[in-house]
Structure formats: structure tokens, C-alpha cells
Design a protein around this ligand. Structure first.
Ligand code: SAJ
Length: 421
């Protein structure tokens, strides 16, 4: 049976581009989101997130009638769940547990409209076992239908996990080109899921089971987190030993089998700083390196703040006629990484916010990708103004605009090695 109508639940950074790609292949797509503003914006042919090229694709999909957004699920042949999986609230320093309530709500929303022959795919990054949980929630809500956990290949409704792996800023290209891990609960589920993704995916669709697919996604992001933690730890060691960490890494990377990542002010975004916890919370006694990497990366912003405090003290010692209230600090970059506008879980934003809280002087931020300052008592400034006027310079993001920056100052905290490149 082919897929004529496809529903995507959750129209955020992954769900909306995915919905738009199906629509661009002339499939009828129903996007579902609880956010009325997002739904209205999409139905006007516009987008509520920033992602290169997505606006054009959504605009033509909506105007040609292939994509519509609604706030409650409607019948479809396939349902893709792409809702957030955040943490449950927890005390500082505790292992963070995943919050599956958005996935549960999505299941409750689609259960009444499910019919024999439908396919349900969980795309949200999830702890191991979440896909089986989805199938259980759906089975409980629809005892009249059979599901893979009981009916195997004969199930009325097929269920699979197919994690998204696209890089923010490159989503439109990577959705098409990247290979997909297809974790069906049965062979039939995987077969149906491949049929669905092949509508627009040009990468290979590689089949495994649901649990391995869940773990594959968590493993990819944990691997990157561990590698960044190694670079961040090196930066702290090198600072103590008076060695330039960026020179060191570029030398070590000349070894044919070494590829060390770059240190920074910490790890941000909604993926790499989150997903490793899903492994740690499931297997706390075994996930030692993964847990330590999270702690190393989470501690880096505090280390940067200490460096800023040291530069303030240094400045005041060398300029005894000035008081802290009379000096100014410029923070370069607020986004969670280079060349995007995304402030989610951004260490740069947190560091700047923290400086505003303890420092009585003037604080400005240079963030070329946003138009209004998200921080009270911190105004946005041009790069030129910041370079000319600030007394202390804190480089937090390696945006293209900052490369080649000429800072004639002794009072600099460069967390990205911009001045060394
Ligand atoms: N970072 C460093 N040093 C580096 C690389 C990154 O400090 O050498 C920092 C960045 O500044 C940022 C954070 O790490 O704060 C994460 O950035 P990122 O570019 O590594 O990853 P994301 O979060 O934008 O996207 C990741 C990708 N996963 C991997 O590369 C394994 C992407 O493919 C996933 O689809 C995405 O997570 C996701 O949605 O899970």
C-alpha cells in the first residue's frame, strides 16, 4: 500500500523540514502542532524557525496545496512523531532523566485516527525502549487494532524508530543526502519505513531493530560529546601549562590517525548536551566516560567565567584610575555555535548572562545573526564598535564575521582560538 497522506507530529526544527520534503515530492502532508502560532504561520506559507532554504520549500508546498498545518491529528497513512524529548526537572549534579510526555501526548493524539495498514515512526531522539513504549501506548488506546509486539509481521499497525541526524543549518540538504538508520519493530515495519523514506531520501536506508536504532542516535551524539570534552579538557590543561591549545591540536592532528575536535566555551544546542544523558540515566554504573564527558563540558562555562573575572582584576590592576563600573566588556557571539541564530542551551548566552549578573560595568554583545538582545542590561553592538570601545573582549562563538578580527588589547578571553587562526 502506498503512502498518499503523511502526517508529521511536531513542526519544529526537524518535523517542519521533514513535512516540507514529503510535500515537495507531491505527497499530501498534514503537519500537527500544539503551537497555534506555528500552525498559523505555516498555513500562511511562512516559517517560524530559521533554516536556510526551508522558507521557499514551505511556501511552495503550502501554496500548491500539498502541506497544511493543524492542531489536532487527522487520519493519514503514516505518522512521524518529531516532538521534543527534554529532561525531567532534577537537582543540580544529578543524573538527568528523559521526559517522554511529549511523545505520550503525540500517541494519545494519533491513536483515535489510526487505522489498519498505518505506519507510525518515532523520529524524536529517545532512550532505548521508547519505541516499544510507543507501541504499548498505542495498543492500550486501540485494543481493536493489532501491533507488532503481539502480532509481529501480521500487525495492523507497523511501528519503527528512524532517528533524525541532520545538522542544524544544513537540514534541507542532509535530510535528502544522509543515510538513515531504520529500526523497525519487525522486518515488515522496517520494509514499510524504507518505502516511506525513499519518497525523498537519497542516502542509504540501513535496517536494524528499534533498540539498536535508538542507541545508534545516542551513540553518535555521545561520541561527539566525548570528543569535545577531550578538547575542552586539553584547553584547561594547556592553560595551566602555558601552551597554546589550538597550536597543539593542529600539530597533533597532523598525525594520520588523530583528529581532535576544537575546544570552546562549552557544549550547547538541543542534541549533544542532552542525548548522552539518555544513556547515562539508563546505565549509570556502566556509562562512566559518557557521564564524565557531560560533566567536563557542562563545567567549561564556569571556567570561562573565572577567566573573565581574572581579566577584570588584571585590567583594574593595570588601570588603577578606573573602577569596575567605568569599564566595558564585549561578548562576541551568543548563539550555541557558529553562523546560526539558535540560542538554545547556548553556553555563550549563559556566560554573557552570568557576566551581566556579577559585573557592574557596561556589557555589550555582538551577535550578527539576531536583531534584538535577549539579555536585559546588555545591548547588541556592531563588531566595529565593540572592537574600538570595549576594555575587555570575550570571544564566545567563531562566527565567520569574527574571523580575522584585529584586537589590539591585552585583555582578551578567546574561547574559540579565533585570534590564533
Ligand atoms: N562544538 C565544540 N567543538 C567542536 C564541535 C562542536 O565546542 O569541535 C560545540 C558547538 O559549538 C556546539 C555543540 O558543540 O555548542 C554542538 O554542535 P555540533 O555542531 O557538534 O552539533 P549540533 O548539536 O548542531 O548537531 C548534532 C549533530 N550530531 C553529530 O554531529 C554527531 C547532528 O548530526 C545531529 O543531527 C544533531 O546533533 C541532532 O539533532 O541530534
Amino acid at each position: 500500500m502506498s503512502f498518499e497522506t503523511i502526517s508529521v507530529i511536531g513542526l519544529g526544527y526537524i518535523g517542519l523540514p521533514t513535512a516540507a520534503m514529503f510535500a515537495s515530492r507531491k505527497k499530501k502532508v498534514i503537519g500537527v502542532d500544539v503551537n497555534k502560532h506555528a500552525v498559523d504561520t505555516i498555513n500562511q506559507g511562512k516559517i517560524h524557525i530559521v533554516e536556510p532554504d526551508l522558507d521557499m520549500i514551505v511556501h511552495s508546498a503550502v501554496t500548491e496545496g500539498y502541506l497544511k498545518a493543524v492542531t489536532a491529528a487527522e487520519p493519514a497513512d503514516a505518522f512521524l512523531i518529531a516532538v521534543p524529548t527534554p529532561f525531567l526537572p532534577c537537582e543540580e549534579g544529578q543524573v538527568r532523566e528523559p521526559d517522554l510526555s511529549y511523545i505520550e501526548s503525540a500517541c494519545n493524539g494519533i491513536a483515535p485516527v489510526l487505522k489498519k495498514g498505518d505506519l507510525v515512526i518515532l523520529e524524536s531522539t529517545s532512550p532505548v525502549g521508547a519505541t516499544e513504549q510507543v507501541a504499548e501506548w498505542l495498543a492500550n488506546a486501540r485494543p481493536d487494532l493489532s501491533f507488532p509486539q503481539n502480532a509481529g509481521n501480521e500487525a495492523d499497525v507497523n511501528v519503527a524508530h528512524c532517528p533524525e541526524r541532520v545538522l542544524p543549518g544544513h537540514v534541507v540538504r542532509e535530510l535528502v543526502e544522509n543515510d538513515r538508520v531504520i529500526g523497525g519493530m519487525t522486518a515488515k515495519c522496517s520494509e514499510r519505513a524504507i518505502e516511506l523514506y525513499k519518497i525523498f531520501v537519497e542516502g542509504e536506508c540501513v535496517v536494524t531493530n528499534a533498540r539498536t536504532a535508538e542507541m545508534a542516535k545516542l551513540t553518535e551524539n555521545s561520541c561527539r560529546d566525548v570528543q569535545i570534552a577531550f578538547a575542552n579538557e586539553l584547553s584547561i590543561i594547556c592553560d595551566k601549562l602555558n601552551i597554546n591549545v589550538w597550536e597543539l591540536i593542529s600539530l597533533a592532528n597532523r598525525h594520520p590517525r588523530i583528529n581532535i575536535l576544537q575546544p570552546g566555551p562549552g557544549v550547547g544546542g538541543h542534541c549533544i548536551a542532552v542525548d548522552p544523558w539518555f544513556i547515562v540515566s539508563k546505565t549509570p554504573d556502566e556509562a562512566k566516560i559518557i557521564h564524565t564527558a557531560r560533566q567536563v563540558n557542562d563545567a567549561k562555562p564556569d571556567w570561562v567565567i573565572d577567566k573573565v573575572k581574572a581579566q577584570i582584576a588584571n585590567f583594574l590592576t593595570k588601570n588603577p584610575n578606573r573602577t569596575a563600573k567605568e569599564i566595558s566588556i564585549a561578548c562576541y557571539g551568543l548563539a550555541f555555535k557558529a553562523n546560526i541564530d539558535d540560542l538554545r542551551e547556548s553556553p555563550a548566552l549563559n556566560i554573557c548572562q552570568n557576566i551581566v549578573e556579577f559585573f557592574p560595568g557596561n556589557i555589550i554583545a555582538v551577535e550578527p545573526n539576531i536583531s534584538a538582545s535577549p539579555i536585559t542590561n546588555c545591548t547588541l553592538a556592531s563588531l566595529e564598535l565593540a572592537v574600538e570601545s570595549a576594555d575587555i573582549h570575550v570571544i564566545l562563538v567563531d562566527h565567520n564575521e569574527f574571523k580575522g578580527i584585529n584586537l589590539q588589547s591585552d585583555f582578551v578571553v578567546d574561547t574559540r582560538g579565533i585570534l590564533c587562526s
